[in-house]
Ligand binder design. Structure first.
Ligand code: GSH
Length: 216
């Protein structure tokens, strides 16, 4: 099913959802091209008519792959996993697989959307407290879950989609000045994961559209 043409990621260096896809590509060793979509420039390039044809939700990422265009980072990651060789991003064991999906959904549905740019811009002056509140609320739920499921990584000792969701969410938490030290399991897992090459090379500070002053 997979074709020879390189996938194209339409994303933004600092978008946590774009970063998830970059990590998945890196873990699988897949080469891809990037087309930057600035969420800031020109009032947000995700709102252009041209981009809307790629992702009608006017959010990044959108990925052109195997002759189709996909949005929703978790759908993209699962498609990559199902069509490409390399390390599994979802475990074969149904219970562990469900745990990976549970953690991924908790982050991707329960935390990230509430601190999304579009949302916090609507909140106005209270945006920092708003974002902190919902990240803390999510992390308070995530911490005891991870205590049960984690080994070296979020679910056992294999890297999975859950880890792919965790690291960009911790990065966002730090941007919003959440004290991640309150969550020892989240902190420990993040510290282990950020040392892995696939997470390093996909980091927001290393992307083609990273502004010079934010480059590593
Ligand atoms: N559920 C979507 C969420 C996508 C999303 O929220 N993208 C953010 C960046 S991480 C975005 O494009 N925000 C633009 C905006 O808020 O206007 C996914 O996982 O891909």
């Amino acid at each position: 099913m997979a074709t020879q043409t390189k996938p194209v990621l339409h994303g933004y260096f600092r978008s946590s959802c774009s970063w998830r896809v970059r990590i998945a590509f890196a873990l699988k060793g897949i080469e891809y091209d990037q087309v930057p979509v600035s969420l800031i420039k020109d009032g947000g390039q995700q709102f252009t008519q041209q981009y809307k044809t790629l992702n009608p939700m006017q959010q990044v990422p959108a990925v052109e792959i195997d002759g189709t265009t996909l949005s929703q980072s978790l759908a993209v990651i699962q498609y990559i996993d199902e069509t490409r060789p390399g390390p599994r991003l979802l475990p074969a064991d149904p219970q562990k697989r469900a745990q990976v999906r549970m953690i991924s959904d908790l982050i991707a549905s329960g935390i990230q959307p509430l601190q999304n740019l579009y949302v916090i811009q609507k909140i106005g002056a209270e945006k920092m407290q708003w974002a902190q509140h919902f990240i803390d609320r999510g992390f308070q739920a995530l911490e005891p879950i991870l205590k049960q499921t984690a080994g070296k990584y979020c679910v056992g000792d294999e890297i999975s989609m859950a880890d792919i969701c965790l690291v960009p969410q911790v990065y966002n938490a730090e941007r919003f000045k959440v004290d991640v030290g309150q969550y020892p399991t989240i902190k420990r897992l993040n510290e282990a994961l950020v040392e892995i090459e696939a997470f390093k090379e996909s980091h927001p500070s290393m992307q083609p559209d990273t502004p010079v002053d934010l480059r590593a």
